[in-house]
Design a protein around this ligand. Sequence first.
Ligand SMILES: [Zn+2]
Length: 217
Amino acid sequence: MRFNAHTHFPAHDTGETGIVGIFFTQNPEPEAPYRSFGLHPRYLPDANLSPALAWLNDRLPGAVAVGEAGLDKLCDTPWERQVEAFDHCIEAATQHHLPLIIHCVRAYDEVLAQLKKHQFNQPVIFHGFDKHPNTARQLLAAGCYLSFGSALFRENSHAAEALRVCPERRYFLETDMGAVALIEVYKRAANLRGVRKKELEAALWKLGKEVFLGLGH
Ligand SMILES: [Zn+2]
């Protein structure tokens, strides 16, 4: 089984399974066996957050993770509103004992500080990772997981370098908006890490079950 840690589309291939991420205001909300719901910083209401909070609380009993949630310095949403929404997502994930899938743009220190403030102790996955290996090391040292996708295909990308520094069991693969097929991401990652694709599939499916589906060992 090929495991997809973050996608926006239900899998068509029976050999794949993934966490389908749904954000507030998304319509329709795709059906899938494993879904995450989050207050994405780019898609927050203009003023009052309460409809978004109510929506999240309503959806979480059927979710396997909270996310995407996080902070984004390149979007138009006012910073205070992003922080408030992220606070709520952290609290909701704590309450429901769920992992958190992070959307982070130029705000790594702030995201880590906010997680620390809440003493968040569920798994944290930074999705779409494409930063310098030093940032990867900082997040790994904080106990977080990294998830890699289409950035692995860019020439000289930081993502490819960062993937190489990840220890076993600390990274995932994903397709996000679907620019590249999951099987291609696995082939690329296997190549970069010098392992066989089949082994990688088995390892990440095992890890995915443990981290997201509560199915250990
Ligand atoms: Zn996404």
